[in-house]
Every structure is written in structure tokens, then in C-alpha cells.
Write a new protein. Structure first.
Length: 309
């Protein structure tokens, strides 16, 4: 195979209680990428559609992760990358991770899969670090593995745990059209946390993981709380509290900031509930001056998809 076309999905990181460790994969939004082998060595980004992003491999997250992979693999060819971006940078649903993970996933396929998903997560983190100035993998892991993931560690070794997804779980995502840079949303967070808040938070992470294993929707509901990050970041998102109240009143199991925002996610039991939440959130945002996109997605259990097979 000399050329591959892939769908690289959007993802929701943090999932309220799991800052920098939990994430899940979306189905109805993502980027397309085409990667082909070339006789010219190195990484060459030849096309970017959708958003204005750098073509130099060293300045593009997809290029940086691809360079990290080929530095390790030392293949006897190079790669051309075309990026068809649908996920707006700075939207909070893993735009940089989709690019960073997509390029290494595609190159790995073209090389005959020398690396496993954990190793690909490591290379993709190098690209993510360019965008957010921090090596975290809570968007990259669900993009590569699909479903829910927990990043147990990134240093000294990457370790990703795959968590089962209850069949009837849907996400409603609103993306207000403002940009929040991850690096800036990280900079406003306190360097130290209150012990009582930490206790609440790790109890919720543990109970959310247990709830996902046992299909316990009521326990999912009681676990989706963020005592540490949301109080700081919610101030950056216009009408955050109104959206959250409307979503919870209309039946969401839980609502929180998607990654570093401004997108807001709700998890819901069933498609009908997710659509009711979508309606309720729309009603809130339609009264504002801010443009927005809103969509309902099943949790994507597969992650990356190969489109040309
Ligand atoms: N865990 C990251 C954060 C996700 O919230 O900053 C965004 O890249």
C-alpha cells in the first residue's frame, strides 16, 4: 500500500473528573487525511484545507509527530501528507490531537504496522506538545484506541488503559465559535489543589471508571463532577452555567467542559435523551450573539478509520 486515506476523529478530554487522563472518542466529527509514500525522504505537508495552518513539518502538529516516528523507524522513503481539517483549532474537541495522531496512524499503516497504539500515542504526544506546550495524551489516546481511555502514565512510559463503553451512551457537544488556546487555559490553573477537592476528584474518577465497566448510568451521573478545573475554566466560556443547567434539567447524565474548552459536552443515556439535551442547549445559545455548532454523537468505539479499503 502506497497511499492511505483516514478519518481521524474528534475527542473529548478530561470528562469532568479526569483532567489530563480520561477521554472518549466521537463519531460524527473528525478530519480526513491522505498520506502517501514518496521516494523523497522526510515529511512534506502538501495540502491543508479547512483552516489556515503551517505547511512546514516542524511547525505543524501532524508534521512534528510524523517526524518523531520516522526518526525512530528510519524508513527508506518519505511521506506526503494532505490534511482536510473539519475540527476547528482551539475548539476543545482535540483538533491538534486528530492531526498529530492521524499522521502517525497513517504512516504506521503504510509501513506495515511496526508500532502498536501505545507507541503511536508516544509519537503523537510530540505533536500535541507543539500546540499545547504540554505532553498529555487524553485526546490522543481515545483518537487512536477508540471508546473511553485512561492514560495511566506518560512518563517514563506511556500506558493507556481501554475502558468499556456502555452501548447506549451518547454525547451532545456544543461548540461556541470562540477560540480558547489550550496553553492559555492551562496557564490559568492553580499549581496546587485543595486536599478535600482532590479527594472528591479521585473518588469520582474511580467511580466513573467503575460505572463504565458496569453499565451503571446512575453512577456515571453521580461521578461526572469536576471540583478542580471547571471552577477556573468555566469563566472563559460564555453562558457556561446556563448551558449546564439546561442540559442537566433536560436529562443529561452530566455536563462539563470538553478538553480546555470552549466546547461543552454532555453525556446522555440514549439517543432521544441526547437530542432533548441538544434542543435545550440550542434554546440557551440562540438567545446570545455567539455563533455555535451543536451535534450529537455516539461514542466511537473504533477510533481511527481507514477510508480507502
Ligand atoms: N487535558 C487537556 C487540558 C486537554 O484540559 O488542558 C486539552 O488538550
Amino acid at each position: 500500500m502506497n497511499e492511505i486515506k483516514i478519518f481521524s476523529p474528534a475527542t473529548v478530554a478530561n470528562v469532568s473528573c479526569g483532567f489530563d487522563v480520561l477521554g472518549f472518542c466521537l463519531d460524527s466529527i473528525g478530519d480526513d487525511m491522505v498520506v502517501r509514500k514518496t521516494s523523497k525522504k522526510g515529511i512534506h505537508i502538501t495540502k491543508i484545507e479547512g483552516y489556515d495552518l503551517p505547511f512546514e513539518a516542524e511547525k505543524n502538529v501532524a508534521g512534528v509527530s510524523a517526524l518523531a516516528l520516522i526518526e525512530d523507524a528510519n524508513p527508506d522513503c518519505g511521506f506526503e501528507i494532505e490534511i482536510y481539517k473539519n475540527i476547528k483549532p482551539g475548539s476543545g474537541v482535540g483538533s491538534s490531537s486528530a492531526s498529530a495522531a492521524g499522521s502517525v496512524f497513517a504512516i504506521n499503516e503504510l509501513l506495515g504496522k511496526p508500532y502498536n497504539k501505545t507507541q503511536l500515542t508516544y509519537f503523537a504526544m510530540k505533536g500535541e506538545a507543539l500546540a499545547s506546550q504540554s505532553e498529555h495524551a487524553d485526546n490522543i489516546a481515545p483518537a487512536l484506541f477508540g471508546g473511553f481511555t485512561l492514560v495511566k502514565s506518560v512518563k517514563p512510559n506511556v500506558e493507556v488503559l481501554e475502558i468499556p463503553t456502555p452501548d447506549n451512551l451518547y454525547a451532545t457537544i456544543i461548540h461556541p465559535q470562540i477560540e480558547i488556546k489550550t496553553a492559555e487555559a492551562r496557564a490559568i490553573l492553580p499549581k496546587q489543589v485543595n486536599l478535600n477537592d482532590a479527594i472528591t476528584q479521585w473518588a469520582n474518577v474511580g467511580s466513573l471508571v467503575h460505572a463504565l465497566h458496569t453499565n451503571n448510568y446512575q453512577l456515571i451521573k453521580r461521578s461526572l463532577h469536576d471540583a478542580i478545573v471547571e471552577p477556573h475554566r468555566s469563566k472563559l466560556i460564555p453562558f457556561y452555567n446556563a448551558v449546564k443547567s439546561a442540559a442537566l434539567q433536560s436529562g443529561a447524565l452530566g455536563t462539563g467542559i470538553s478538553g480546555s474548552g470552549p466546547s461543552i459536552f454532555s453525556l446522555c443515556e440514549g439517543l432521544d435523551a441526547a437530542k432533548a439535551v441538544e434542543m435545550a442547549i440550542k434554546e440557551v445559545y440562540q438567545t446570545t450573539d455567539i455563533q455555535f455548532d451543536i451535534y450529537v454523537s455516539k461514542i466511537n468505539a473504533k477510533g481511527m478509520k481507514i477510508l480507502n479499503n
